[in-house]
Design a binder for this molecule. Sequence first.
Ligand SMILES: *Cc1c(COP(=O)(O)O)cnc(C)c1O
Length: 378
Amino acid sequence: MYSNIVDFIKQTYQKDKVILHEPTFIGNEKKYVNECIDTTFVSSVGKFVDKFEDLTAEYTGAKKAIVCVNGTNALYLALLLVGVKQGDEIITQPLTFIATANSISYCNANPIFIDVDKETMGLSPKKLNEFLSKNTEIKNNACYNLKTRKKIAACVPMHTFGHPAKIDEIIDICNKYKIEVVEDAAESMGSTYKGKHTGTFGKLGILSFNGNKTITTGGGGMILTNDEELGKFAKHLTTQSKVPHPWEFNHDNIGYNYRMPNINAALGCAQIEKLDFFIEKKRLLATKYKEFFKNTSLQFFSEPENSFSNYWLNVVLLENREKRNEFLEFTNKNGVMTRPAWTLMNKLPMFQHCQTENIENAQWFEDRLVNIPSSVII
Ligand SMILES: *Cc1c(COP(=O)(O)O)cnc(C)c1O
């Protein structure tokens, strides 16, 4: 029944077996990594660390970019940096990868799950505003949940599968309610909203360079911010909070060993040189998919208004959960790797107790959404 789709994808990739997303190494990767080995600078010191931060800051337009060993701990640190404390509450969306919710847990904070928008798959400003206006009060310049009496310290919208959320509206609402915004832009390297890079709207934003993301450092992450002081402090925390000195070991905070090694940053420098090329190819693939799926019962998800998407993972929507399961079954059996949306966070045992508002859109996506192969085709 879905054999024309399987054939189309295999033909497009000119392969008999197509996986969901694999990295592309066609630039200076080997050269830069070899340079690390030849100079012995493979670890926490070396020029590629600074260079990768500079290139990322330049690419995204963020004033500061701070490398981390992965996106999950970049997000955890970003939450600490906006002042999240034990017992606080943090608003996020139920349709996200587990890393978003886990980072909140590392702070000993609790997530509140608010629905996503149908047009973006990201946090819905309308639902956010409804929730805040009905359920919170402002006291001492902070937002408190009337039900739990806890402080709502932060909001973490996520740019789902690379498609930008309505981030300007989200920021406006959060400003009104004295809530800090930390953007989970792990999936949206290269995606912009109204011409501005995702992850640079909130107080802080984070990127991921995991192996399956648009560009990779093997494993890695980045904190983005326009606040120079906060950026400097972020760097300090990722490097064991060591007070600079030619030989003394002094530390003025509980710090972390979260800095990305030079050898991974070398990979990052080579990858970011190719980022625009990757995005051009990924957008071309999305255009082909869009055209093809017009003549099928599946609906292709296109970038929302005012957005330029990296189309990290392409999305199709089936008619219902039963059809979704049939499609997953057929494609995976026949050499085309596809994956469903993540199980909604509020259904997982660790988060079942968390406050969850009406999440009909997230549920709608969970029932229908399938990611189809999205690697760069050269
Ligand atoms: C990939 C990802 C992260 C970070 O993941 P790491 O593997 O730790 O780099 C965070 N949030 C979302 C939504 C992601 O997709």
